[in-house]
Write a protein that binds this ligand. Structure first.
Ligand SMILES: [Zn+2]
Length: 335
């Protein structure tokens, strides 16, 4: 069976670098997205790996690069389609968005007759997702936030469940994903896709990158694309409910918690002072769970999200078992 991307044929047993034209600048030069395809010598499934669909999220760029340079066609059954920088325009201008503050990850499956972002999305959807059997989309928290390494997946889909479990993070958030995201649109189109989310924007975080690379390798192994033995995480919690805890007051938040920490109902999350120091209030957790994300910006308005907590009930004891107690007496998941 022939595989063609951007009009180029990729033969079995080869590595091809393709510049996929997704749009045009007003300077009349093409907007090209670099795609590397490693097509194994032997038959097997096709998996796409995408990163920096939000142009300021860098950990995934390095994850794709490491995976991409880590396999030869001889070591692979099936095909790996690697797109380290999906939002090339945002990546070059240091922003999450496409021009006009359009979020590319709210434009899938795209439209060939739609606006600029919808057309950009359509070409990617046809040429990358349309050629694949499974997909992994790599992200970090958005600007001003940080996340624990975790997978987001629609666990009601069998194919999604398979790769989500194989990725091997301890925490899987079971959600269908926002409409028109790459993950939701690909899964709806019959290409089971998961999202890996870890760390912050504008940074290459070595530990997060290592988690991501190990996760992709786990998926390749589970799909029979490599000889690596599948690896199980120490434990696995599938989270169905998570909540953002928000500031009630405006002020400067001194946040005393971190992603990966267990929070018990009533625990302090932050104290909020105003710049004149006359008023102090405490934000406490309304629920017990694991912190999967926090803000990194201390200036908060009433209603601003401070901390994202995955609710733990029956699984609390399991998670506690794998925690260490730090010097503040907080239970922290080992990284
Ligand atoms: Zn993102």
């Amino acid at each position: 069976m022939g595989l063609r991307i951007g009009g180029r044929e990729i033969r079995r047993g080869t590595v091809e670098q393709i510049l996929l034209k997704v749009s045009e600048y007003y300077t009349a030069s093409p907007v090209n997205v670099a795609v590397t395809v490693i097509r194994g010598t032997e038959r097997g499934p096709t998996l796409f790996l995408t990163a920096a669909i939000h142009g300021d999220e860098l950990n995934g760029v390095e994850i794709v690069r490491q995976v991409m340079t880590g396999y030869t066609p001889q070591q692979l059954r099936g095909t790996l389609i690697c797109v380290p920088v999906v939002n090339r325009v945002g990546f070059l201008t240091h922003t999450r968005y496409l021009p006009g503050r359009r979020d590319l990850n709210r434009c899938f499956p795209g439209d060939p007759n739609g606006n600029a972002a919808a057309r950009y999305a359509r070409i990617l959807f046809t040429e990358i997702v349309g050629r694949s059997r499974y997909g992994i989309d790599l992200h970090t928290a958005s600007l001003g936030r940080t996340n624990l390494a975790h997978v987001r997946a629609d666990m009601s889909s069998r194919g999604v469940r398979r790769i989500a479990r194989a990725f091997g993070t301890e925490i899987i958030i079971d959600s269908p994903g926002m409409p028109r995201t790459l993950r939701a649109a690909a899964t709806a189109a019959g290409v089971p896709t998961i999202l890996f989310d870890a760390g912050e924007t504008f940074r290459f975080q070595r530990n997060m990158v290592a988690r991501g690379v190990a996760g992709v390798r786990g998926v390749l192994a589970a799909l029979g694309m490599t000889q690596d033995p599948p690896k199980e995480p120490r434990f696995r919690v599938i989270v169905k409910v998570s909540e953002w805890v928000r500031s009630v007051k405006g002020g400067i938040a001194d946040i005393v918690v971190r992603p990966g920490e267990i929070l018990y109902a009533g625990d302090e999350i932050a104290s909020i002072t105003n710049p004149f120091g006359r008023e102090v209030s405490t934000v406490r957790s309304p629920l017990t769970g694991l912190i999967i994300g926090t803000t990194t910006v201390p200036m908060v308005n009433p209603g601003d999200a401070i901390c994202h907590v995955a609710k733990l009930e029956k699984t609390l004891a399991t998670v506690e078992n794998y925690c260490i107690t730090d010097s503040r007496g907080k239970k922290m998941l080992l990284a």
